[in-house]
Design a protein around this ligand. Structure first.
Ligand SMILES: Cc1cc2nc3c(=O)[nH]c(=O)nc-3n(C[C@H](O)[C@H](O)[C@H](O)COP(=O)(O)O)c2cc1C
Length: 227
C-alpha cells in the first residue's frame, strides 16, 4: 500500500454521528488506510444518536471494524434504510486508531504523507480552534499540518443558525485552504430514507478526495430523477 493511501478521519462532537460511521465504511471499502481520531464529545454524541458505545483508542482494529460495520444496522439506525456495502471480514482497507493526545503519531508531522484529512462531523469548537491554530489536541494539530502542507482538509460542520464568529472562522479556514462542506443534504434526488440523506453528504465528501464510491447515482448520469 502506498503512503498516499493514508487518510485521516477525525470525528468530533457535532450532531451527525451517522455521517462519520458511513464515511468510515466507504473509506475502508475503498481500500484506504484510515487514521482515526475521535474526541470525547464525539463519543457522547454517538452514544445519544446511535445508542452505541465506540471502542477505545486502545481497543483492537477488529473491534473498531465491527463497530463501524454494525452501528448502522442496529439501534435507531436500523430503521434508517442503510444498505450494507461490505462484509467487515472482506474490507480491503485498514484502520489505525489514535488517541486525542497522541502527538507522537505520524499524522502530527508534515513529513507523514496523506491524501487528506476529513473532520466529520466538525464541531464549532474544533473549527474555531483550527481557525486560530491552537493545536491543543491531535485533531487540531493534524488539521494544522494539513493546512501548512497544503493538503486537502475537509471540515463538515453542523450548527444552525450560524453566528458571526463561526462564519468568520469558516471564511478564515477557506482562505487557509480548507474546504467547508456542511452536512446539508440536497433533496433533489428524492430521498425516501435517512440513509439517502446521509449518503448524499458522504458522497460529496468522497468526491472531494477522489475516493470511489457507489453511494448515489450522479446527477446527469441517469434519468432526471437521479442526483
Ligand atoms: C448531543 C450533542 C449534540 C451536539 N451537537 C453539536 C452540533 O451540532 N454542533 C456543534 O458545534 N456542537 C455540538 N455539540 C457540542 C459539542 O459537543 C461541544 O462544543 C464540544 O466541546 C465539542 O468538542 P470537540 O470539538 O472536541 O468534539 C453537541 C453536544 C452534544 C452532547
Amino acid at each position: 500500500m502506498s503512503r498516499t493511501d493514508n487518510v485521516v478521519l477525525a470525528i468530533t462532537g457535532a450532531s451527525g454521528s451517522a455521517y462519520a460511521v458511513r464515511l468510515a465504511q466507504v473509506l475502508l471499502v475503498a481500500g484506504l488506510r484510515l487514521h482515526l481520531i475521535m474526541s470525547s464529545a464525539a463519543r457522547q454524541v454517538l452514544a445519544r444518536e446511535l445508542e452505541t458505545t465506540a471502542p477505545l483508542a486502545s481497543d483492537t482494529e477488529s473491534d473498531w471494524l465491527t463497530f463501524f460495520f454494525d452501528s448502522l444496522s442496529q439501534g435507531p439506525a436500523a430503521d434508517w434504510g442503510f444498505r450494507s456495502i461490505e462484509d467487515p471480514e472482506g474490507v480491503p482497507g485498514s484502520l489505525m486508531i489514535h488517541g486525542t493526545s497522541d502527538y507522537s503519531a505520524g499524522i502530527a508531522s508534515g513529513s507523514f504523507r496523506t491524501r487528506g484529512m476529513i473532520i466529520c462531523p466538525c464541531s464549532m469548537g474544533t473549527l474555531s480552534s483550527i481557525a486560530c491554530g491552537a493545536s491543543t489536541n491531535l485533531i487540531q494539530r493534524a488539521a494544522d499540518v494539513h493546512l501548512k502542507e497544503r493538503r486537502p482538509l475537509i471540515l463538515v460542520p453542523r450548527e444552525t443558525p450560524l453566528g458571526l464568529i463561526a462564519l468568520e472562522n469558516m471564511v478564515r479556514l477557506t482562505h487557509a485552504g480548507a474546504t467547508i462542506l456542511p452536512s446539508m443534504p440536497g433533496f433533489y434526488h428524492q430521498p425516501t430514507a435517512i440513509s439517502d440523506l446521509v449518503d448524499f453528504v458522504v458522497a460529496r465528501i468522497c468526491d472531494h478526495l477522489d475516493i470511489s464510491h457507489s453511494l448515489i447515482q450522479r446527477w446527469g448520469e441517469s434519468d432526471a430523477k437521479s442526483g
